[in-house]
Every structure is written in C-alpha cells, then in structure tokens.
Design a protein around this ligand. Structure first.
Ligand SMILES: [Zn+2]
Length: 336
C-alpha cells in the first residue's frame, strides 16, 4: 500500500483525532490508567504487563499515553514480541531492568520454552532500551548509530529516569546492543525481516517489518493519540521518513506510542502535528515572542485528543526554539 501523506489544514481540522472502538479496547487491555489502579501499581512496583495479539503469533505490550510518573513507573512505551519458527524476536525492551524482567516473564508465559533469538532496539530513547539488561547482549541488535548513542547518552538517561521514577528504576544500567546491523534484511529463526535505517525523531531511527505478517514496527517515527516527543528531532528529516514509511507495504503499523494502526493514521497524525509544531514555533520566533510566550500559544482543537499534548508542546518549544531562532535569524557579521 502506497499512500502519500497529504496534509491540508482543512482536512485535518475537519477530522479531529478520535479513537476507534478497537483502539480503545486495546488501551484497556494495556491497563486502565485510573488513579486507583495506578496507586496500587506504584505500591507494588509491578507493571502487571499484558500482551495484545495484533497479528498471528505477534504480541504488542502497550504503554500508557502519558509522561513518566510514579504511577506508571515509566510504562509509557510500546514493545512487541513475535514467535518465529525457532524462537522469539523482541522489539524494544522498555524503560528499566524491572520492566525488562517483567517483559521476559510475559514472553515466557505466552511462548513457553522458546529461546529469544533477537532483540531489536529501534532508537536510543530510555523508554525503548533500558530493559536491555534483562536480555542477552549477544542477541540485541541495532544500527551502529543507535549503539553509539546509547554508549554516549545511555547512563545519563538512566540517571534522569532514577530522578523521575525512583525505585521503579532500581538496578537499571544502560546496556548497548552487541550487534551492529547494516543489512536491509535478515532471517531470524526461520522468519525474514526487512530493515530500514531512517532518522528524524532522532539521528537514527530503526524500522523493522516482519515479512510474513506484514507488521511494521515504526518505533517513535510514528505516534498515535499521543503527542510526539522531540528532544533529538530534526523535523524536515522526520517528515521525509514519514513519507518513506507511508510507501512501505504493510498490513499493520505498530507506533512507538499509541494503539496499533491499520490505516496509516499514525503517519498522518504525526506529520500533521510536527508540521504544525514547526510552523507554530517558527511563527513565534518570527514575531519575537519569548520562549515562555511561545509555550502559551493555543494548540489547535484537532490535537486535543493527543495524550500530554500541552506538556509535550512546551517541551518541544525548549528543544526546537534555539535551532529555529538560529535558522530564521542568522548571525550577520558586521565589519566596520
Ligand atoms: Zn523516542
């Protein structure tokens, strides 16, 4: 299926983002997120993970569309695992050692007795790889740039997560993948996977497709019903990557955050949001607003259904404002 991402403001405004019944049910399967359950989880430090079968022998473990807090323990991310003929393939490992251990236990429950043959890390953000400790480094694979990013920033991320999540993070250390990938395809345990080396959300965003089921694991290039995060974003490159993802044949897309997506909604929604973000912050820079003033601009109503949109918008102003200011108001050398 090949569909260009055409984003006209009128189309987007006319169709505010709202979830289908199936997507809502997926979220309940991922944990209801109510205050009572959240408090119980925090007391027990138990993620109580559950898996949703999104394709034959393919399970997603869906995180909440929130920011890290003591109630969710950092469980705000999607990870997945696939039973292949000779074992199991895992996509991303979650935010902590505790989460990685819980994920391993869940995999063993769903696919008892089968070895974990491959773990892919989609990118170096802490919610996606800090569970690596629970897996054998020799089977964890990612592009070299992701490995380099983890080596450079991983422990700093872990320290920051300790500050946000306390005991949920106990014992967690950054572990870099043991395998650097560069091939476009690899066969794991009797199953073929296609691999794409993209960028934009970070400087290295790795995308994996199970060629048998057609499920595409897009990492954080795609968000659905959750505002995209931008601490390492290059908006123009991200836009190009969304076009690439749109052109890939797939049966289903698993975004890094939000429910699974059979209609490329996550690509349209993410493109729409980052286009608006870029335009809004550029506009604030051009008008000479301070960063605080830029944080207060109205957010279009069509984005109201995106989780934590105001918070993420404010964070994005901090991330993107200096770069856009440099681009829009370049320093001019004055000679006398
Ligand atoms: Zn990310």
């Amino acid at each position: 299926m090949s569909r260009p991402i055409a984003m006209s403001a009128s189309r987007a405004s006319a169709a505010p983002y709202s979830r289908s019944r199936r997507q809502v049910l997926q979220w309940f399967a991922a944990g209801c997120g109510c205050a009572v359950c959240g408090a119980a989880s925090a007391r027990l430090l138990d993620f109580d993970l559950s898996a949703v079968e999104i394709a034959p022998k393919t399970w997603a473990v869906l995180g909440r569309t929130e920011y890290f807090n003591m109630d969710n323990g950092g469980n705000i991310v999607n990870v997945a695992f696939i039973e292949v003929p000779d074992g199991v393939v895992v996509i991303d490992t979650g935010p902590s050692k505790r989460y990685g251990d819980a994920l391993r236990a869940l995999i063993e429950k769903k696919v008892p007795g089968k070895p974990i043959l491959r773990v892919y890390n989609t990118h170096h953000h802490p919610d996606h790889f800090l569970g690596n400790q629970a897996f054998d480094t020799a089977v964890i694979a990612a592009p070299q740039k992701v490995i380099d990013n983890i080596a450079l920033e991983g422990n700093g991320f872990a320290d920051n997560m300790y500050r946000l999540l306390g005991d949920w993070m106990r014992g967690t250390q950054a572990v870099a993948p043991g395998i650097a990938l560069q091939a476009d395809k690899e066969s794991v345990g009797g199953r073929d996977f296609s691999l794409w080396y993209l960028a934009g959300h970070t400087n290295s965003d790795f995308v994996i497709r199970d060629d048998q089921t057609g499920v595409l694991f897009a990492g954080d290039l795609a968000f659905l019903y959750r505002a995209p995060t931008t601490p390492h974003a290059d908006i123009m490159t991200w836009r190009e990557s969304l076009q690439t993802l749109s052109a890939i044949d797939k049966s289903l897309l698993m975004p890094g955050h939000g429910p699974s997506d059979s209609k490329d909604e996550s690509l349209v929604q993410t493109a729409d949001y980052i286009d608006w973000l870029h335009g809004s912050i550029s506009d604030s820079v051009t008008k000479g607003l301070t960063m605080n003033e830029a944080m207060g601009v109205p957010i279009p109503t069509r984005f109201e259904g995106l989780g934590v949109v105001r918070t993420e918008y404010e964070r994005s102003v901090v991330h993107l404002y200096p770069t856009l200011e440099d681009a829009l108001f370049p320093v001019i050398e004055v000679t006398q």
